[in-house]
Ligand binder design. Structure first.
Ligand SMILES: [Zn+2]
Length: 260
């Protein structure tokens, strides 16, 4: 087996369940895993490449993100488990607080608190890559299970302000269903139309649509475009009332999407 000792880290998606992506960073010898919902999928990947598991990062407490943590700890020995301050995340050895900079095998990870999908949700930034769990999706955003529209909108704006050339590593392949909604909201957006063709073509040959570029999300994701006149008009049309703020537009879009 080819083993790289060059210290070059790469990121790979491990598919799991119906449509989850579990992210593995590795350099050919050691690995860091983000949101291992499924221990078997991760263990199979690590063993096939003879990777030593060093750290597990958790973005939030949902089972499809943390379900494999305990099993991986049992299988791979003492592994540091980093996650937000939340008793619903078991096995945590280190707490990730907003603004923390974690020094792990691949380098520094910056922690951003992004409440909304859940209240304790965090995202991790490493180099030009954002691991954002279920907060921001390609062409969409997470459901608001625990937070308010103000919180989730604020979290999305925080992510949207990261550099446009960064890659968004979200946790699900939801892009085509998100695309259908985005087109219902923002049909005349040429950047969205073009991206739609590209993403459909990718899925037709079974390719992942993630990671996506943050600049593409800013140009095409309706949930990041709550100040665009066309998006405001569509949201007001759906709501049947004037929406006086970007948060009100966001709240209407999120509710609309739930029944779309
Ligand atoms: Zn979730």
């Amino acid at each position: 087996m080819m083993r790289s000792n060059s210290g070059l880290w790469q990121v790979e998606a491990v598919p799991a369940f119906q449509d989850n992506y579990l992210w593995v960073l590795h350099d050919g010898a050691q690995a860091v895993v983000v949101d291992p919902g499924d221990a078997t999928a991760i263990a199979t990947f690590l063993r096939a490449r003879k990777l030593a598991l060093r750290s597990i990062l958790c973005t939030h407490h949902h089972a499809d993100h943390i379900g494999g943590v305990a099993d991986l700890q049992a299988q791979f020995g003492p592994v540091e488990v980093i996650g937000p301050e939340d008793a619903r995340i078991p096995g945590r050895t280190q707490t990730a607080l907003d603004g923390d900079v974690l020094t792990l095998a691949p380098g520094e990870f910056r922690v951003l608190a992004v409440p909304g999908h859940t209240l304790s949700h965090v995202a991790y930034c490493w180099r030009d890559r954002l691991f954002c769990g279920d907060t921001l999706f390609a062409l969409g955003c997470g459901r608001m299970f625990e937070g308010t529209p103000e919180q989730l909108h604020g979290s999305l704006m925080r992510l949207a302000n990261l550099p446009g050339e960064w890659w968004v590593h979200c946790a699900h392949e939801y892009t085509l269903s998100n695309l259908a909604f985005a087109l219902a909201v923002d049909a005349d957006n040429p950047a969205l139309q073009q991206r739609g063709q590209q993403e459909r073509a990718r899925r037709q040959v079974g390719r992942a649509t993630v990671p996506s570029l943050l600049s593409a999300e800013r140009a095409t994701n309706p949930f990041l475009r709550c100040t665009a006149p066309a998006v405001i008009a569509a949201a007001e049309d759906w709501a049947g009332s004037v929406l006086p703020s970007p948060v009100a537009v966001f709240a209407a879009l999120r509710t609309w999407k739930n029944t779309f």
